[in-house]
Design a protein around this ligand. Sequence first.
Ligand SMILES: NC(=O)c1ccc[n+]([C@@H]2O[C@H](COP(=O)([O-])OP(=O)(O)OC[C@H]3O[C@@H](n4cnc5c(N)ncnc54)[C@H](O)[C@@H]3O)[C@@H](O)[C@H]2O)c1
Ligand SMILES: O=C(O)[C@H]1O[C@H](OP(=O)(O)OP(=O)(O)OC[C@H]2O[C@@H](n3ccc(=O)[nH]c3=O)[C@H](O)[C@@H]2O)[C@H](O)[C@@H](O)[C@@H]1O
Length: 346
Amino acid sequence: MAKNSANGDHQTTTKPPPTPSPLRFSKFFQPNMRILVTGGAGFIGSHLVDKLMENEKNEVIVVDNFFTGSKDNLKKWIGHPRFELRRHDVTEPLLVEVDKIYHLACPASPIFYKYNAVKTIKTNVIGTLNMLGLAKRVGARILLTSTSEVYGDPLVHPQPESYWGNVNPIGVRSCYDEGKRVAETLMFDYHRQHGIEIRIARIFNTYGPRMNIDDGRVVSNFIAQSLRDEPLTVQAPGTQTRSFCYVSDMVDGLIRLMEGDNTGPINIGNPGEFTMIELAELVKELISPKVEIKMVENTPDDPRQRKPDITKAKELLGWEPKVKLRDGLPLMEEDFRLRLGVSKKI
Ligand SMILES: NC(=O)c1ccc[n+]([C@@H]2O[C@H](COP(=O)([O-])OP(=O)(O)OC[C@H]3O[C@@H](n4cnc5c(N)ncnc54)[C@H](O)[C@@H]3O)[C@@H](O)[C@H]2O)c1
Ligand SMILES: O=C(O)[C@H]1O[C@H](OP(=O)(O)OP(=O)(O)OC[C@H]2O[C@@H](n3ccc(=O)[nH]c3=O)[C@H](O)[C@@H]2O)[C@H](O)[C@@H](O)[C@@H]1O
């Protein structure tokens, strides 16, 4: 019987998982673990690759279409004998022989995922279907990076995994949040129907070095704006909240989830909750005390509050975030200064 879910009996499967490659059972030779990271040239993906590559028993294959990611994020691994980078779009089938799949491929910034909404849905639905098909063929365990956006504009606060969400199915964010909801459904259907070993992480807003400078997300916007002496654009009303997780904590949570016995979904995020005005004030205090804060128009369906309930992550993964926002922002500032060529005023 395949390992069951964290969410009750209705989600267990009686099917055994597909058989992994015969190489795994080799008596005389212990092969390396072959790990596929889709979207590995992106922000979280490239940090995950760094961590996976630290283990000499891991071989890492990244596939990415470079829509929001970049080879630059992986430059230290290009040419390494345990590393391979392929330009590939996950909406097309992929034939590789792997043992584990971290499936991250999908634009994450609202500006980018709304840019070609149909493509975002295809990436979430067809892309996840393709990766599940691959997992089934080769007997790999697969982890999906889902999102707190599956809770929509939540009516329950903080959000536990048992909350089904309040999502607009026809709004401008639906390509992403409904796309990820279907991706989660596909994961569980493959688990129940085909015995695939699945893991689902519901990631809450994550920040850190390597975010695209003009990515459009709030932390990267505020840091870039403060370094360019531009006003920090708080989208009205500014009282909406988010909970920000530093990327090293996120990577640690994802690896624990992959290596553990629970399917999830499991929230991975930092429960420290901030209004956008508070975030702007903190960036001002830490990076540029003279910078202005400007209220600008918001976009439709912006969730009013978001904070993870991480009881499950604590209990099932022994995980909780370590880096406070106040400590993480300066680490990101350092990286943005380097990339923007703005040195610190003394
Ligand atoms: N960063 C966050 O706050 C956050 C929050 C919740 C969920 N997530 C999820 O985590 C994952 C990574 O997010 P991120 O912040 O690193 O975003 P990112 O945009 O930096 O990375 C996504 C990567 O996927 C690649 N990609 C996009 N579409 C693709 C396709 N069709 N085929 C192949 N590659 C494709 C991009 O080029 C990029 O390298 C995403 O699945 C995202 O939905 C992120
Ligand atoms: O955590 C999540 O699940 C999701 O979080 C983000 O989505 P969102 O929270 O909307 O991210 P931002 O674009 O960073 O916006 C956060 C808040 O900041 C505000 N904002 C954004 C940009 C800005 O310049 N100013 C500003 O006040 C927005 O109105 C919003 O209320 C991610 O980009 C999604 O990929 C991810 O799935």
